[in-house]
Structure formats: C-alpha cells, structure tokens
Design a protein around this ligand. Structure first.
Ligand SMILES: NC(=O)c1ccc[n+]([C@@H]2O[C@H](COP(=O)([O-])OP(=O)(O)OC[C@H]3O[C@@H](n4cnc5c(N)ncnc54)[C@H](OP(=O)(O)O)[C@@H]3O)[C@@H](O)[C@H]2O)c1
Length: 242
C-alpha cells in the first residue's frame, strides 16, 4: 500500500495497516513542513516528479491511497491520473467539510484569493489568518488590515505590512482560541474548510466571540475516485480488496 499522507487520517491509517500483517505500507510526505509528524512504519519524503514519476513509482504497489489534505489539489489530481495510467486501484480518504450552524456567521468564498478580495471590500480591521504559509502572500497587499498569521513553519514569500506571526500546529481548545481572538481583538477569521477536528475549536470560539468567518471552499476533487470519510473506513475498504 502506498499512502499519500500529510494528514491525521493518513497517520491513523498507516498505524492500522502497520499492525495488520497482511499489509506492507509505505507512507509518503511532500516535505513541506520542516519537522513533520511522522506516521508509524516506513516513510519516504519528497515529490515524485508529476504524474509520470508517480505512475513509475506505482510499479510494485497494489493499492494507492490518497489521504492528503483536502486542499492539496495537485497531488490528488496526479494520484488519479497516475493510478489510471499504472492500472492500480485508488482509494481516497476525504474527511467531510465543516457545516455552519444557525448561530454561525460564515461567508463562503471559492479560493484564498477570493478571501483576500472579500477582506479588501470590508472596512479595515483585524484578521486571524489560518490558511497556511503557502497562501499568506495573497494578503500581502492589504495594508489597511492587521493580521495575526498562524502557521506551522514561517512563511517565506511577501507578507502583509501589519502583522504578527504565531508558530503553532495545534490541536487547540475553544478556551485557548477564544483567548487568542480576544487578546488580539480579532474581527474576522480566515480559514480553509479543512474539516479537521484537530483545528475546529476556532469555529466555536468565533461563534462565541462574534467573530465573522471567511470560509474558503475546497478545490474540486478528481472525478470517479472511490472515496471514504475516515481512516477506519479506508482500512475496511483495503481489507475487502485484499
Ligand atoms: N494544502 C494544505 O492546506 C495542506 C494542509 C496540511 C497538510 N497538507 C499536506 O501537505 C502536502 C503538500 O500539500 P500541497 O498543498 O503543497 O500539495 P499539492 O499542491 O497538491 O502538491 C504539490 C506537489 O507536492 C508533491 N506532493 C504533495 N503531497 C505529496 C505527498 N503526500 N507525497 C509526495 N509528494 C507530495 C507533489 O510533487 P510531485 O509532482 O513532484 O510528485 C505535488 O505535485 C500534502 O501531502 C498534504 O496532505 C497540505
């Protein structure tokens, strides 16, 4: 089994498969994070070199599992194309997105760039940015806004002029998120719809604190790929294929 990882679900699945002697599992990480959380079992780090490189790598692989982050659109597209080219079955682990309750005040936007455009249209304020270091540059031109930028590793590209960077990877509690939002007088939370339980506390904190949420919608997934919602469901699907 080759698991394309970088998520909690990928680590959970690697642990389930590693404990089952019917499977030999290799996890793959992109190498974006300097000090990644590693799965149990064998791990490789780094890109494959596009669809062709991944298709070549699939020689000797029985099943490919795409357990990457819902916003990692390129690798998911490549996985679908490479699996088809190599004739290897593909299972995707796609956790459900977050759903707003009637007390939430979310505005859905189609991309991080659209979130930056939506901020530019509001009267200036203070935003908590949790969209990840690769997307911070989208907000670089918003000189009227102040940003609290929460990232795992420091961003390297252009940054907004008025900002503070907090390096953290969670998980978080509602109390710690409320404290953070109140201490920095945050008006707007900008987040991707990752759907992860590990970072969902910010949404409840935003509701309690009356902080508006700009929720970036997920990119489209490749069509025709069998998908399951959890690591456990993926494990069951793989056991059935075996
Ligand atoms: N995007 C996010 O918000 C986010 C958040 C948390 C974790 N992650 C994790 O971080 C990784 C990179 O995310 P991204 O948004 O930069 O991906 P991406 O834009 O979809 O992928 C860009 C390139 O990175 C390489 N790559 C991505 N995931 C890989 C993996 N698991 N193993 C080997 N190579 C991989 C591939 O390079 P080649 O073309 O050379 O094969 C891919 O073409 C993913 O594994 C994802 O699960 C992403």
């Amino acid at each position: 089994m080759l698991i394309l990882g970088g998520t909690a679900e990928a680590r959970e699945l690697a642990a389930l498969l590693d404990a089952d002697h019917r499977f030999a599992v290799l996890s793959s990480l992109a190498g974006r994070v300097a000090n990644p959380r590693l799965p149990v079992g064998e791990t490789r780090i780094g890109g494959f070199g596009g669809v062709e490189g991944l298709a070549d790598f699939l020689h000797g692989v029985d099943v490919l599992v795409d357990a990457t982050h819902p916003f990692a659109a390129t690798i998911s597209r490549n996985a679908a194309a490479a699996a088809e080219r190599a004739g290897v079955p593909l299972v995707a682990v796609v956790r459900p997105g977050w759903v707003a309750s009637s007390e939430d005040s979310w505005t859905r936007v189609p991309s991080v760039a659209a979130a930056a455009a939506a901020l530019a249209e509001r009267s200036p304020g203070r935003a908590l940015l949790t969209t990840g270091r690769q997307d911070v540059a989208e907000f670089a031109g918003l000189d009227d806004w102040w940003f609290l930028i929460r990232v795992v590793d420091a961003p390297s590209g252009p940054l907004p002029a008025r900002r503070e960077i907090v390096r953290d990877r969670g998980p978080y509690t509602v109390d710690s998120e409320l404290d953070l939002m109140r201490r920095h007088a945050v008006d707007v939370l900008v987040t991707k719809d990752s759907g992860s339980e590990l970072v969902a506390a910010k949404l409840e904190a935003a509701r309690v604190a009356g902080v508006a949420v700009l929720m970036v919608d997920r990119p489209r997934r490749p069509a025709g790929v069998e998908s399951v919602a959890t690591a456990r469901e993926a494990y069951d699907a793989l056991a059935a294929l075996h």
